[in-house]
Design a protein around this ligand. Structure first.
Ligand code: ADP
Ligand code: ZN
Ligand code: ZN
Length: 753
């Protein structure tokens, strides 16, 4: 008879592989001892072997069931999720309507899931023994004796076996011989594959020197934040500071306090490649005194990511800087989460799980009873609203450092420019002149282009009017096939107008203009020796190219930098005195209710790139809609006024942040079929009781066909996401959906195409 201790213990496991509920497995005593909640294990499932996460352990030995299957192996020695992260995973998958499996997949790096091992290297160290003993041991091996005396010069030092062998021309066989005889001690050290380790920039020195006295506003903000931190409770605070007001220094002050008390920090940026200066500053500030700063981004190799992950789990590193997925990084004793540029749409993930990095950050802070600090010069309407209703607190930095002026902003009316030049030009005369002037003065310029949409909307180059849906107040999309305009939110259609409804002009335009290569245009108007460089999406895919361009620009080797969003963010170049915005009102022609917010944010952020040094900056904003309130507010840098105006508009239309926007997409190979099921679904919803939910659509998505799939979507506006999702799930139970049609839900949707 077997003794009780040989009996298997039972464990509950969340399998990663098609199941969304825990399964029970047995574990042999020796294996059971090594398991913890959150451990990653390999289990048999049917004929497959898959991985899963231990979600509960029961030490009660129960008699083995006939069919009980056993955990095969433990994949990682450390648990891959803490209890806190298991809770976060559950919340994310509930709130964002994603499977637990997808959520866990996003939280645990693939290299960790696959059980990849840390890379090690062989280290050796000479053992000190009395001379006669050494001679005795090596009496018959003169080569080993010679090697030993060479190595003895490095007594007391741990050396890499391979490079040491090379240096002294000692073969590995001889070293192994010495190890065997106990004259050299061997150990295996984990090698740390650290991204960007080689890239401590030249500026580091200045940055460290730059530890100066806080301005009085910085001091007040720091005190307010430290007071929150001292309470050791959940809090969320907006740090609203104009561009160049020194927000980063305030983050650093808060980090100092947290690190000083043994806590961990998560620092989120919209996109790591766009924040090299922030990474450098944090490394310079905290790295030099032994704090490891882990950089977490999508370009990490599997090995780098594994190492970063292990250093965090073991608590060796306590600071993580990363883009949205870093919000799940296993920082120990998390006390502070910083979300820099919190208004950035890049925080929203557009694949399942479709989470918003900022909102998950706030929830994670809540789970940890710690602080979430949201920073921006142009807060999102969501955050502004949360401040208004008292959910978030606010600290303000209203002045630029050293009292530098915000740049002077000129609006260039492109309607007049078009009349003057008899065509819609890329660059206005005023901007060309300003560019040449800067070049002569040996000053630098930045030209900013908005990213174009995929589709066509209509606007009047005479008066700037954009054709909008009467119900939804968003730009309508032009469809070539039937010459109709469609509202992609509610599905309303009307024939494309021939004259402008506002000014009766026939200059109602449905093509995007300015498709020439912009840097060619700039080069053609500048003196021959001027250096013009364009930063585009291609540049970003090459690992270090962007950093190199930024370095060249900083060193004055580039006169004009041309680019999209990626040069609007966080860059700080003292010699830039001119910023030109080629198409400021382009966002207003996008079919998005956030159009004004977007246009305002981009203008203010871009303008903030000018005049960061001793010389004042100037900004030229080219627009067909100088009368639009968001452009006027941006010109005068009136943030509070803009927020108030825009919030009132959103409130009237009951758009976010006054209600949540849930998007429901139907996707299929056949257009008819896809539309049919979307319409049937709408009918089903209409026949059920949907109190508190406003349904819009179905409508074709603006980009009607994508990767061979037709797409139709509906929108639900609701003040309670949970209730809304439950209603959808309930209706889906008896909805006869075609097998070829796939649907997905996007909670708090940003992308509306
Ligand atoms: P923001 O993020 O608010 O746009 P930054 O944090 O980039 O502003 O700061 C702008 C510049 O001011 C940086 O060059 C920074 O080193 C500098 N700076 C920050 N705080 C101070 C201070 N207290 N005294 C002097 N310079 C400062
Ligand atoms: Zn008009
Ligand atoms: Zn509409």
């Amino acid at each position: 008879m077997s003794s009780l201790s040989d009996m298997p213990a039972m464990v509950e496991i969340l399998p990663l592989g098609g199941f969304d509920h825990p399964l029970t497995y047995g574990a042999k005593p020796s294996l059971y001892e090594t398991l913890q909640i959150g451990s990653l294990v390999r289990i048999p499932l049917g004929v497959r072997r898959i991985i899963g996460i231990v979600s509960s352990l029961s030490p009660n030995h129960s008699p083995p069931l006939d069919k009980l299957r056993f955990v095969s192996t433990l994949v990682q020695p450390e648990p891959v999720l803490s209890e806190e992260l298991v809770d976060l995973a559950k919340w994310v998958s509930n709130y964002y309507a994603s499977s637990l499996e997808n959520t866990l997949g996003a939280m645990i790096p693939a290299s960790v899931r696959d059980g990849m091992n840390a890379k090690t290297r062989k280290m050796i160290e000479v053992v000190s023994l009395p001379q006669p003993e050494v001679e005795q041991l090596l009496k018959r091996s003169p080569k080993q004796l010679q090697a030993y005396s060479l190595l003895s010069q490095q007594r007391g030092k741990k050396m890499d076996a391979v490079s040491c062998g090379k240096e002294h021309q000692i073969s590995m066989a001889i070293i192994d011989g010495l190890i065997k005889k106990g004259l050299v001690r061997k150990s295996m050290d984990e090698v740390n594959r650290e991204a960007y380790a080689d890239q401590w920039s030249e500026e580091v020195a200045d940055i460290v020197d730059a530890l100066r006295v806080l301005t009085s506003e910085q001091k007040i903000a720091t005190d307010e934040i430290c007071e929150d931190l001292s309470k050791g409770k959940f809090s969320a605070r907006l740090l609203q500071g104009v561009t160049g007001s020194g927000k980063t220094e305030v983050y650093c002050q808060a980090m100092e306090k947290v690190l000083g008390e043994g806590g961990g920090v998560l620092f989120l940026v919209p996109e790591v490649a766009l924040a090299p200066q922030t990474v450098d500053r944090l490394r310079a500030r905290f790295g030099t005194r032994g704090e490891q700063v882990v950089v977490w981004h999508s370009h990490l190799s599997a090995g780098e990511r594994l190492d970063a992950w292990r250093r965090l789990v073991k608590g060796e590193a306590r600071i993580v800087v990363g883009a949205r997925s870093a919000v799940f990084a296993p920082v120990q004793n998390l006390r502070l989460i910083v979300v820099d540029e919190e208004h950035e749409q890049a925080y929203k993930q557009e694949d399942s799980p479709r989470y918003h990095g900022r909102d998950v950050a706030v929830y994670r802070a809540y789970l940890n009873n710690c602080m979430c600090l949201l920073g921006s010069a142009t807060p999102s309407l969501e955050t502004a609203h949360n401040v208004d209703c008292g959910k978030y607190k606010k600290s303000t930095l209203s002045q630029r450092i050293d009292g530098r002026e915000l740049p002077l902003v000129h609006l260039v009316d492109m309607r007049r420019e078009t009349l003057k030049q008899k065509k819609a030009p890329v660059l206005s005369q005023q901007l060309v002149e300003a560019l040449r002037q800067r070049y002569e003065n040996r000053e630098q310029s930045i030209l900013f282009l908005n990213r174009r949409g995929f589709n066509t909307t209509m606007f009047c180059t005479e008066c700037g009017e954009v054709v909008q849906c009467k119900d939804c107040s968003i730009a309508m999309t032009y469809h070539r096939t039937d010459h109709y305009l469609h509202c992609h939110l509610c599905g309303y259609r009307k024939p494309a107008p021939r004259v402008c409804a506002n000014c009766k002009s026939i200059e109602i335009n449905r093509r995007g203009q300015g498709t020439q290569r912009i840097e060619d245009v700039v080069e053609s108007v500048m003196p021959r020796r001027a250096k013009v460089v364009r930063v585009d999406a291609d540049v970003m895919t090459k690992k270090n190219l962007f950093r190199e361009i930024l370095r060249d620009f900083r060193q004055g080797k580039i006169d004009v930098l041309v680019g999209t969003q990626m040069i609007a963010k966080g860059l700080d170049f003292p010699k830039v005195t001119l910023v030109g915005v080629i198409d400021a009102d382009l966002p207003l022609r996008m079919e998005d209710f956030r159009a004004s917010e977007r246009a305002f944010q981009i203008l203010v952020q871009v303008a903030g790139r000018a005049g960061r040094g001793d010389r004042a900056g100037e900004v030229f904003v080219q627009t067909y809609a100088p009368h639009e309130s968001c452009i006027q507010f941006a010109r005068r840098a009136e943030l509070d006024e803009f927020l108030e105006d825009e919030l009132a508009m959103r409130k009237e239309l009951k758009y976010p942040p006054y209600r949540h926007l849930v998007r429901h997409v139907f996707r299929g190979r056949g257009e008819e079929k896809t539309r049919f099921y979307a319409e049937q679904w709408r009918k089903k919803l209409d026949s059920s009781n949907l109190s508190g939910i406003e349904v819009k659509g179905p409508a074709a998505t603006p980009l009607a066909k994508m990767k061979g799939y037709y797409r139709y979507h509906l929108f639900y506006l609701t003040s309670n996401v949970q209730k809304c999702l439950l209603k959808i799930y309930a209706n889906k139970m008896d909805f006869p959906m075609d097998k070829e049609i796939i649907d997905f839900i996007d909670v708090d949707a940003y992308q509306v195409s």
